[in-house]
Design a protein around this ligand. Structure first.
Ligand code: GLA
Length: 660
């Protein structure tokens, strides 16, 4: 905050505005804070304790994460006893922290790391156990933190008694400043009062959204809100899309790589939220990717912006202090797709060619200006692209692309692959091959080699893919491999794995949808459940489907926004269901929140039936649709236009009637 970006390349109008007033410890958080916070991994469970926190500090040093830039070791809620002592002082929970916080701070500092703590800008913190908050105790609590050697405060928003947010957060800023200690100040009011508009001179970072959860849906919704706020971020004042979930188990490694990369592109604080003591190798590889971290930590302090976004194909660009651009090609969709842009579109000056450094592969390539890739479902590619005069020393970048395969067992499907040379110099001796599962026959119907591909030229090949009869329905990997030579370089190989989906047609007569394979599913909370409601986030945690007291044995339990796609093979004519909001919606305590949604049926991309907005007090409604001739039917639930809270939507007794 208050420090103009040390940006050689920035034009004067580009530079973050100079300080109006200084938050505590000016010159702090000139790059987004990095470290650890226990909340996402432990919440208030007993494993949040001294042993864990020390273990994380040890691991930061031993694993190299400290060298990679992770610095703060932060405690979240539940570190204190519910009552203050007779002097109004906070008391650390002696069961969790038998040695006290003074000693814990010393331990963390002895490792060359920094110590962070949490409280709320309210009378109590957020946990229902009711730990003391700092509203009205700002000066005393800030002094106590400083005495413990605290270097970072996360200041939450619960139990705020309706006191104005600016007033509450400013009071703590002043109290922290009065201690004279450098303390990074993290405002956590969930974006409720648009802190990006007023907090630049109050705190060093501010949450922009509600809490993250360990789900793809949560990461996507937070990303979409936070990415819009790029103009407000800069050195010393960052948008905070909440702490990382990488490694907590609710997403795939591909999704965690995307989550981490998107956070880095948005210059977000990188606070590890998983228990590193039990983390996988892959988790360490993601969190420890120093080239992606360098994107986050770039001293220019720009938050990346959206260059384009269409059908879930996102291009983001982040201006870097050295004049390069970090470019992310992100595929939000459920199938692999081409995502592309150009050096010009991301703001780079014209040049013969550019260095295009792949920050996950750790390899440099040359491009004549096209920046593109075919990106797997939910995947991301991050490049650092520079107008580097030495581009000729790098091999040409090549995009390996492929169409989707969806077909029944015992049929022959068509596949098209394309190998495109993005480099300025030709890609030579290009060849392509496709490998599938054991027993599948994959044959080329056109050329699989090219002596040379000029800039932006492609070797396009048609293939037939014979799926053996009896192959069970589901997804199978097809690997497309391209070999080529780039002038003055060793032979190169690049590959892409795409999904081939084996479809199973419904049987003759009436089938319950919950007994059919899904071609695709997306769900607003946890997975879609078969023959129960959606429950909470875990798979299989639903209870019987119940709509206004009527219990159904069969059906789909979903949560808005949701799409379930089934294969109807052109053989079905009627879809039918009883739809409504499950009685379990909003059963989590507090005032009943019964949700509101719409149910829609789509046949081969055309909406063929829909309800109006239904809410949680409506009895089950019949919904039927003519789906004759359609190959695919999608069952869609929208949030009814008011957000997805409590939108537990049931497709009770959902069936399709089909001929053989
Ligand atoms: C709020 C915050 C979370 C976490 C919890 C602790 O929900 O937004 O990040 O600190 O409180 O109770």
């Amino acid at each position: 905050m208050g420090v103009a970006a040390p940006a050689a390349s920035a034009t004067p109008t580009d530079v973050a505005p100079d300080a109006v007033a200084a938050p505590p410890g000016d010159n702090l958080a000139l790059t987004p804070p990095m470290g650890f916070n226990n909340w996402n991994s432990t919440h208030c469970r007993p494993e949040f304790n001294e042993e864990m926190v020390r273990g994380i500090a040890d691991l930061f040093v031993e694993s190299g994460l400290k060298d990679a830039g992770y610095e703060y070791v932060n405690l979240d809620d539940c570190w204190a006893l519910p009552e203050r002592d007779e002097n109004g002082k906070l008391v650390p929970d002696p069961e969790r922290f038998p040695s006290g916080l003074d000693a814990l701070g010393d331990y963390i500092h002895s490792k060359g790391l920094k110590f962070g703590i949490y409280t709320s800008a309210g009378t109590k913190t957020c946990n229902p156990a009711g730990f003391p908050g700092a509203l009205g105790h700002e000066v005393s609590d800030a002094q106590q933190f400083a005495d413990w050697g605290v270097d970072y405060l996360k200041y939450d928003n619960c139990n705020n008694q309706g006191v104005d947010a600016v007033e509450r957060y400013t009071a703590m800023r002043d109290a922290l400043a009065a201690t004279g200690r450098d303390i990074v100040y993290s405002i956590c009011e969930w974006g409720q009062n648009q802190p990006w508009t007023w907090a630049q001179d109050v705190g060093h970072l501010w949450r922009t959204t509600g809490d993250i959860t360990d789900t793809w849906d949560s990461v996507m919704s937070i990303f979409k809100r936070n990415v819009e706020l790029a103009e407000y971020a800069g050195p010393g004042h960052w948008n905070d899309p909440d702490m990382l979930e990488v490694g907590n188990g609710g997403m795939t490694d591909t999704e965690y790589r995307s989550h981490f990369s998107l956070w880095a592109m948005m210059a977000a604080p990188l606070l590890i939220g998983s228990d590193l003591r039990v983390a996988s190798e892959e988790t360490f590889d993601i969190l420890g990717n120093t080239e992606v971290i360098a994107v986050d930590q770039d001293p220019l302090g720009r938050q990346g912006t959206v260059v384009s976004s269409e059908n879930g194909a996102w291009v983001l660009s982040k201006e870097m202090a050295d004049g390069s651009r970090a470019v992310a090609l992100f595929n939000e969709s459920d199938t692999a797709q081409h995502v592309g842009t150009t050096a010009e579109a991301v703001g780079l000056p014209a040049a013969d060619a550019y260095e295009m450094r792949d920050l996950w592969e750790h390899e440099s390539y040359q491009t004549a200006g096209t920046i593109s890739a075919t990106v797997p479902a939910h995947g991301i590619e991050v490049f650092r692209v520079s107008p580097d005069g030495d581009w000729a020393q790098y091999p040409s970048a090549v995009e390996v692309g492929a169409s989707a395969v969806q077909s029944e067992a015992g049929t022959t499907a068509e596949l098209t692959t394309a190998v495109t040379n993005l480099g300025r110099t030709p890609a030579k001796s290009v060849s392509v091959d496709v490998a599938g599962p054991e027993g599948w026959t994959i044959e080329a119907g056109s050329a699989t080699t090219s002596p040379a591909l000029a800039t932006d030229a492609a070797l396009t090949t048609d293939w037939t893919v014979e799926i053996p009869p009896g192959t069970p329905g589901g997804s199978y990997d097809l690997t497309v491999t391209a070999d080529y030579r780039s002038p003055r370089h060793q032979p190169r190989q690049d590959s892409l794995t795409v999904e081939a989906q084996v479809l199973v047609p419904p049987g003759e007569g009436t089938s319950y949808v919950s007994d059919l394979a899904f071609v695709r599913e997306a769900n607003g909370q946890g997975p879609v459940e078969r023959d129960t409601n959606v429950g909470s986030v875990a798979a299989g945690d639903g209870t019987p489907i119940t709509i206004e007291g009527t219990v159904f044995d069969k059906g789909l339990g979903t949560h808005a926004p949701s799409t379930v796609e089934i294969y109807t093979a052109g053989r079905c004519d009627v879809f039918s269901a009883q739809v409504g909001i499950d009685d379990a919606a909003g059963a989590g305590g507090g005032p009943p929140q019964r949700g509101s949604v719409t149910f829609e049926v789509w046949a081969d991309g055309t909406r063929v039936a829909a309800t109006g907005v239904l809410n949680g007090t409506a009895p089950a409604q019949p919904l039927t649709a003519d789906v004759s001739g359609a190959s695919f039917v999608e069952l869609v639930v929208t949030d009814g236009g008011n957000g997805k809270n409590s939108d537990h939507a049931d497709w009770a007794d959902a069936t399709v009637s089909c001929t053989a």
